[in-house]
Unconditional design. Structure first.
Length: 486
């Protein structure tokens, strides 16, 4: 422990030792109390959720959606969001995912109404085993309190309530950049909707703190049934380690960035469209690395560069990183030009293209308004797959090829939960599966046990066994029931 850490301690403070890294995390008493109280409210609400009808849960989602659709309510939320955005920009913070736009509002409302209309999963019989004189049912049941830490994206705040559809409760902490927006959503939409539907007030609880320590304290609470974290790689890994050592299972997504490979049979028009449509905005499933096989480089490299330039025209310019060994392949204009790149701190003049070491191909480019991507020329698709499996967060991959056998080899060898043959932006629960997602899990820390990479509200459950005995005289040893004596 450093002298500075020791000097910062006050009575009631806590210290968490992250066993994976040895990090010492100081949790002030105030932050610990805030997290403990929030988890306590969610745990108390969960104890009451068994008496809440599925119809009441349906009413909650409609009430929440209706309030977000109310212009007076949204005006209050938008004003809080504008203040958050202004503050973030003043501090040089990224705002690409922070702005509560009309499109985001529409997505939030659509997501909530999707849960409104979804079949209630709790009580669903998954399997029935029939025996002579009795049956056993495997029944879906709520899991418990779900802890959720995520970056400053207001729409995820609404998505997180999806766990209530399955009878769970949720406690969440949002990034400090969006805390004002979250407070407004709670005050003007979430809490009123819970009350209107008759759900326990703690069914969805915001940890009202801007401190990272509040998130650490929440994930260290063993009352959580599941810990979900979304954000930057190192922070998410740290949160996951805290939850695991408390005995809580986790769902993590800390690093994104999709990869695309094009082989010698790739159709140029399909490749162009796939690359262009994968760069419309920066989110986790945006194209981050493109690999072109050497045999087709002369034909396909100009196609990719045109797609990147066109994507930049509908945003604000473009930025290319090229493997050091392949930099000379670029046209002279790309090797020598300067470009204005919009960064979090504002517009910056940079080289249009820069060389990058192969070891850095796993870096996710967190661009603001300027599409930014890496390029690598590979010997063949197997070479690209090997690079993906070794360097990427093992998240999303696409192969552009006209060869069906190549797609089968690609699917069999690529170590990713999301595999496609076109644009990468399909990797989204609501877009692909019509289910608002709580999170997308990559395989950076290994494959997931018994579930897919999209975590949705109805995917948070446990299974209970229920027996219905029609023969009262069942006996494991086959003994008859002795006659009653009285």
């Amino acid at each position: 422990m450093t002298p500075e850490l020791a000097a910062a301690f006050r009575p009631g403070d806590r210290l968490v030792v992250v066993q994976d890294t040895g990090d010492l995390l100081h949790i002030p008493a105030r932050e610990h109390a805030a997290a403990e109280a929030a988890v306590g409210r969610a745990a108390a609400a969960f104890a009451r959720m068994g008496q809440v009808t599925d119809a009441a849960v349906t009413d909650f989602f409609e009430a929440f959606a209706a309030r977000l659709a109310d212009d007076a309510v949204w005006t209050a939320i938008a004003e809080a969001n504008a203040a958050d955005v202004e503050s973030a920009r003043a501090r040089g913070r990224s705002t690409t995912r922070l702005i509560a736009s009309d499109a985001m509002r529409a997505d939030m409302i659509a997501g909530l109404r999707a849960w409104r209309d979804a079949e209630a999963p709790r009580g669903r019989v998954l399997e029935t085993v029939r025996h002579e004189g009795w049956t056993v049912e495997q029944v879906m049941a709520p899991l418990g309190v779900v802890g959720f830490v995520f970056e400053g994206r207001p729409n995820v705040f609404a998505d997180a309530t999806g766990v209530i559809r399955a009878g769970n409760t949720v406690v969440f902490r949002i990034g400090s950049d969006a805390l004002g927006t979250a407070r407004a959503i709670v005050a003007h939409a979430l809490d009123p909707a819970l009350a209107e539907a008759g759900l326990p007030g703690g069914a969805a609880v915001l940890v009202d703190s801007a401190a990272h320590a509040a998130g650490w304290a929440m994930f260290a609470d063993s009352r959580l049934a599941l810990a979900v974290a979304r954000g930057s790689g190192p922070a998410v890994s740290q949160l996951g380690a805290i939850a695991r050592q408390a005995g809580t299972p986790v769902s993590l997504h800390g690093t994104g960035g999709a990869w695309m490979m094009a082989d010698a049979t790739a159709d140029a028009d399909r490749f162009y469209a796939a690359a262009y449509h994968s760069l419309d905005r920066k989110v986790c499933n945006t194209l981050n690395v493109c690999c072109i096989v050497r045999e087709a480089a002369d034909r396909l490299l100009p196609v990719f560069l045109e797609a990147l330039e066109r994507a930049g025209q509908r945003r604000k310019g473009c930025k290319l990183h090229v493997s050091e060994a392949d930099f000379a392949r670029l046209p002279e204009r790309w090797r020598t030009a300067r470009a204005t790149v919009v960064r979090a701190e504002g517009p910056v003049e940079e080289a249009l293209a820069e060389p990058i070491a192969d070891a850095d191909l796993g870096r996710e480019w967190e661009w603001e308004e300027t599409p930014e991507v890496s390029l690598k020329i590979v010997d063949d698709v197997a070479d690209a797959v090997a690079l993906f499996n070794a360097l990427s967060p093992r998240f999303a991959a696409a192969l552009i090829s006209q060869d069906p056998a190549a797609h089968e080899r690609f699917y069999a060898t690529i170590d990713a939960p999301f595999v496609g043959d076109g644009f990468t932006r399909w990797v989204d629960g609501q877009y692909a599966l019509d289910k608002p997602e709580l999170g997308l899990s990559n395989w950076e820390n290994g494959r997931l046990f018994a579930r897919g990479g999209v975590l949705a509200g109805d995917g948070v459950f446990t299974v209970r066994a229920r027996v219905r005995q029609s023969d009262p005289h069942l006996d494991r040893a086959g003994a008859p029931t002795p006659p009653r004596q009285g």
